[in-house]
Design a protein around this ligand. Structure first.
Ligand code: ADP
Ligand code: ADP
Length: 224
């Protein structure tokens, strides 16, 4: 039973298609790695699944509802309520402390400051960066920043986490630590993870791999 399913996605920015009939499916609680060479269409696939980019044709079903048929307002409500995002560079707000950064999505959803910051503190502790609550992003390391970014992605209780090269700016030790914390937290909350990576070591944290080549995707059986 799929939580999310994409069928025959096509998307072109210019003459060359970025997606040329891509397919994708993910179940609740599943971690799927989207792999493939640079320029193959991985990010475009993730952006279509997340409702950030509208495909030229094809459908993206989330719990049976087609994202491509929704209004912009419906799509942003869905992104805010059900999806979480982690990017290569944490994209934390530099003026805010770590706890304020993690509390931000809750504040935008109308949660009061005190409760938002209490929940943000719990998530910082879970990501093993509780002691950084009062620091600003400029005062912490890249690995610490990505753990804060993962806390921010999870604080609203998303059903799907979209992670685009979340370890791309980290050394392998910090990358593995972020992947372990991210996948443990996702499994604990039964959230699905769409993980774009070109690193085999990072993809090893997934349950399943989808390989994208020239805008076409193929499901790979994990050979144990
Ligand atoms: P990957 O994530 O696998 O590196 P992308 O999805 O980023 O691949 O890119 C697929 C193709 O689409 C590439 O040829 C890229 O140059 C092109 N592309 C992606 N995003 C844009 C954009 N916003 N504008 C123009 N071309 C784009
Ligand atoms: P971690 O492995 O926890 O991500 P590092 O080993 O990179 O952290 O850094 C160790 C300590 O050095 C951290 O506690 C952090 O406060 C400090 N530090 C590391 N990088 C930076 C940086 N770019 N700016 C400020 N402090 C940093």
């Amino acid at each position: 039973d799929n939580l999310m399913e994409a069928v025959d996605l096509h998307k072109a920015y210019g003459p060359t298609p970025a997606l040329d009939g891509a397919e994708f499916a993910i179940r609740a609680g599943e971690v799927v790695a989207v792999m493939g060479p640079s320029g193959s269409g991985k990010s475009t696939l993730l952006h279509c699944l997340a409702g950030i980019v509208r495909p030229d044709s094809g459908s993206v079903l989330y719990r049976g509802r087609d994202l491509t048929a929704m209004s912009d307002a419906e799509r942003s409500a869905l992104r805010r309520g059900e999806f979480g995002f982690v990017f290569q560079f944490g994209q934390l707000v530099p003026e805010l402390t770590c706890v304020e950064n993690v509390a931000l999505p809750l504040r935008l959803n109308g949660t009061r400051r005190k409760e938002a910051e209490a929940r943000a503190s719990e998530w910082l502790a879970r990501l093993e960066v509780g002691e950084l609550a009062g620091k600003r992003p400029g005062e912490i390391s890249g690995g610490q920043g990505q753990r804060v970014a993962v806390a921010r992605a999870l604080v609203t209780g998303p059903r799907v986490i979209f992670a685009d090269e979340p370890t791309g700016a980290l050394d392998s030790l910090n990358g593995e630590r972020v992947m372990r914390l991210l996948t443990d937290a996702a499994r604990d909350t039964d959230a699905a993870v769409v993980l774009v990576t070109h690193e085999t070591r990072v993809a090893a944290y997934s349950d399943r791999e989808v390989v994208v080549r020239d805008g076409k995707s193929r499901d790979m059986e994990r050979v144990a």
